[in-house]
Design a protein around this ligand. Structure first.
Ligand SMILES: [Zn+2]
Length: 403
C-alpha cells in the first residue's frame, strides 16, 4: 500500500476555524460577533505583518459566510460542499486574487463585471484580494464605485502588510482589522501543543528559543519547528539543537557571553564569540542577542517580581560583582553595544566590525572601576576618571559640564 503524501506541518496546522487561530483576540471577537449578528460589513481589510494570519482569516471568514451547515453561529463546518470547494480553491462564488501579480485596471474590471450576478452555490460572492496595496491607482478607482454601493450578495476581503499604501478613499469604506504579532508566550504554547500531538520530544528552553526567533508569526514558528525537528532526527530537541539548526543564540548562551563582558574578561569574550562564528552564527545575531540579554538583565534588576522566572540566570550573571553592576554602568554598556551594532550593521565586513567593537567593552570596565574605585576618594578625582572613561569609549562625543 502506498503511503499518504507528506504534508508539511505549517499546512497541516494552518487554522481552519476561528477557535484554532493563535492570538488575535480583538479582531477575532469583532469577526465572530459580526457573523453571529449577521452584520458582516461589505468590505473587511486585514492589516498586519507577514505571517500574522491575514489570508488564513480571510479564508475562514469566507467559509463562515458561505458554510452550508455551520457548527456554531460563527464557525464553518469544514465539511460541506461550500467549505470543501473553498479549501480546494474551486468555489464558484469565492475568488482569491493576489494583487501583487494582477495589479492592472483590466484585471479589476474583469472581476467587477461579475459582481451583479447572483452567487451560484452559496449566500455570498466573496472577493479576497491579497496584498491589496499593490493595485494600481486606476484599479483602486475602478473598485471604488463597487465599494460605495456594493450589491447585497457581495463581500470584499482585503489583506495588506502596508496599510499606508492603500488610498484613504478605499480605507474609509472598509472595516479595518489589525492583526498584531503573536506574543512569544502564545507561540510557545502553540508549539508545545504541536509537539505533544506530533509526539516530538522537545524541552521548554528549545520551545522558548524557537518562539523568540520567529517574529510573532505562527507560520514561521511552525516552519522553524519542522526544520529543527528534521535536524534533530529522533533525538530530544534542546536549545543547543535549535541554536545549531537556526543559527540563533539561546538566552543562556547570551548570558554566558554577557557575564564575560561585564567582568571585563576580554579573552573569554573573544573566544566565546569565535565559537559562535564556528557554528555559523552571524555577527548581527551575536550583537542583537547580547543586547537582548542586557535588556532583560536591566528589566530584571528594575522589576525583580515581574522577571522572577529569570532570577537564576540574572544571579549567575552578576555573581560576585553585585556592587559594580549598577544601573548607570549597565546603561553605559548598552550605549557601547548600540554603537557596536551600528558599526556591524553598516560595515562592509561585519565580523571585523564586531571583533574591533568588542574592544570597546574594556572602556566600560574602565568606567566601572572609576566609579567603584576606593583608591579615588575625592569626588573630583572620581569625576575625572569617569569622564576619561566616557571620552575614551565615545571620542566623538562632546561632554558639556553643568555647574
Ligand atoms: Zn461548511
Amino acid at each position: 500500500m502506498s503511503q499518504a503524501p507528506y504534508q508539511p506541518l505549517a499546512r497541516r496546522w494552518r487554522p481552519n476555524t476561528f477557535a484554532s487561530v493563535v492570538g488575535q483576540h480583538v479582531p477575532l471577537s469583532i469577526l465572530k460577533n459580526a457573523l453571529e449578528a449577521q452584520k458582516v460589513p461589505h468590505a473587511l481589510l486585514f492589516h498586519g505583518l507577514h505571517g500574522t494570519g491575514k489570508t488564513t482569516l480571510a479564508r475562514i471568514t469566507s467559509k463562515a459566510l458561505n458554510c452550508l451547515s455551520p457548527t456554531s453561529p460563527h464557525e464553518p463546518c469544514n465539511n460541506c460542499e461550500s467549505c470543501s470547494l473553498i479549501d480546494g480553491d474551486a468555489h464558484p462564488d469565492v475568488r482569491e486574487v493576489d494583487a501583487a501579480s494582477r495589479t492592472g485596471v483590466d484585471d479589476t474590471r474583469e472581476m467587477l463585471e461579475s459582481l451583479p450576478y447572483q452567487p451560484v452555490l452559496s449566500a455570498y460572492k466573496v472577493y479576497i484580494i491579497d496584498e491589496v496595496h499593490m493595485l494600481s491607482k486606476s484599479a483602486f478607482n475602478a473598485l471604488l464605485k463597487s465599494l460605495e454601493e456594493p450589491p447585497s450578495h457581495v463581500k470584499f476581503i482585503f489583506a495588506t502588510t502596508e496599510l499606508y499604501k492603500v488610498p484613504a478613499t478605499t480605507l474609509s469604506r472598509c472595516l479595518i482589522l489589525d492583526l498584531a504579532p503573536i506574543t512569544r508566550q502564545k507561540l510557545e504554547e502553540h508549539l508545545g501543543s504541536i509537539a505533544k500531538t506530533e509526539k516530538v520530544d522537545i524541552d521548554q528552553d528549545a520551545l522558548s528559543l524557537l518562539s523568540e526567533h520567529t517574529n510573532g508569526s505562527a507560520r514561521d514558528a511552525v516552519m522553524a519547528f519542522e526544520k529543527v525537528m528534521h535536524f534533530s532526527g529522533k533525538k530530544k530537541i534542546t536549545a543547543e539543537i535549535v541554536q545549531n539548526a537556526m543559527g540563533v543564540i539561546s538566552l543562556k548562551s547570551a548570558y554566558v557571553l554577557l557575564e564575560f563582558v561585564l567582568s571585563g574578561s576580554s579573552d573569554d569574550t573573544r573566544s566565546h564569540v569565535a565559537s559562535f562564528y564556528k557554528k555559523g552564527i552571524t555577527p548581527q545575531t551575536i550583537i542583537s542577542s547580547l543586547m537582548n540579554a542586557l535588556y532583560l538583565l536591566i528589566c530584571a534588576l528594575k522589576s525583580p517580581d515581574e522577571y522572577a522566572h529569570m532570577q537564576t540566570m540574572v544571579d549567575e550573571c552578576v555573581k560576585g560583582k553585585k556592587d559594580k553592576v549598577t544601573l548607570p554602568f549597565l546603561l553605559f554598556v548598552w550605549q557601547i553595544m548600540l554603537r557596536i551594532k551600528e558599526e556591524v550593521d553598516f560595515s562592509a565586513n561585519a565580523q571585523n566590525a564586531l571583533d574591533i567593537g568588542l574592544l570597546r567593552f574594556d572602556d566600560a570596565i574602565l568606567l566601572q572601576e572609576a566609579v567603584a574605585a576606593p583608591a579615588l576618594p575625592s569626588t573630583e578625582e572620581k569625576a575625572t576618571a569617569v569622564l576619561k572613561a566616557i571620552k575614551k569609549a565615545f571620542p566623538d562625543t562632546e561632554i558639556i559640564m553643568k555647574k
